[in-house]
Design a protein around this ligand. Structure first.
Ligand code: MG
Length: 249
């Protein structure tokens, strides 16, 4: 039946098994979109999302330091850093994905530069997309909100005011290694509050501080880590969708 919607007398598209307009080509999977978040409430994740934090508890997370329960605070539908308890990480390990994270810097301003609303989204536990309050707050550009920390500043400063919820959508393709050798660099697209901060930007290596970075071989999956930088940053509505290839319906 599928053939009825297309053509089989057209040229084969190079690099595929499919004719131009081939009706037998696998259909894209149906996904019911979610709903947008507001300042008052998080939106609904898409139908195929893997939810890492829905606002109720930290059962899907553990302490990076101890491997035991995550010790951050949960209330009113969000989690909040408890300074000194350390990074937390998802029990779920995953690879290439569309990741959605919402965060909120403290309304009360207590520091400046890297000391204001600092946290971080560590993809695969190794690659940081900076979380910081850069609303009317200067810092070194490759450490500002949405920076690929220590490597590339964002294309824009798209911060909302402290105390307002902000939304990251991150499209992540992890690096690939063969026999411990890098064969494909990691690439990331980052959208903050609807503004593109990076588009398919190739990372130079794992996140490091005050030194040049390089890659360290690892597998194709890892946890999501959130940083304890001793600021009272909140997170809500965290989910991802595995990024499948074309024709993998
Ligand atoms: Mg950070």
């Amino acid at each position: 039946m599928a053939g009825n919607v297309g053509y089989d007398d057209t040229p084969i598209i190079p690099g595929t098994n499919w004719h131009v307009h081939d009706g037998n080509r696998p259909q894209p999977p149906v996904v019911t979109p979610g709903t947008p978040s507001t300042q008052e409430a998080p939106g609904q994740p898409p139908s195929d999302a893997v939810v890492l934090f829905d606002g109720t508890d930290l059962s899907g997370w553990e302490s990076k330091k101890t491997g035991g329960p995550a010790e951050w605070k949960v209330e009113d539908g969000y989690m909040e850093v408890v300074p000194g308890t350390g990074y937390i990480r998802s029990k779920q390990q995953f690879g290439d994905c569309h990741l959605h994270v919402e965060f909120r810097a403290p309304e009360e301003i207590t520091g400046d530069s890297q000391g204001r609303g600092n946290s971080g989204i560590f993809l695969m536990g190794k690659y940081e997309i900076q979380v910081l309050d850069c609303y009317d707050n200067l810092t070194y550009p490759d450490g500002s909100t949405g920076a690929i920390y220590g490597q590339f500043p964002p294309l824009a400063n798209a911060c909302r005011k402290p105390g307002e919820w902000q939304t990251y959508d991150i499209i992540w393709e992890g690096p690939r290694f063969e026999d411990e050798k890098l064969v494909r660099t990691a690439r990331v697209t980052v959208i903050l509050n609807g503004i593109v901060l990076h588009h398919a930007k190739e990372l130079l290596g794992v996140t490091s501080h005050k030194v040049l970075t390089e890659y360290e071989p690892h597998g194709e999956e890892g946890p999501l880590e959130l940083q304890d930088h001793r600021d009272l940053v909140r997170f809500r509505n965290i989910w991802y969708r595995p990024l499948k290839g074309y024709d993998e319906g």
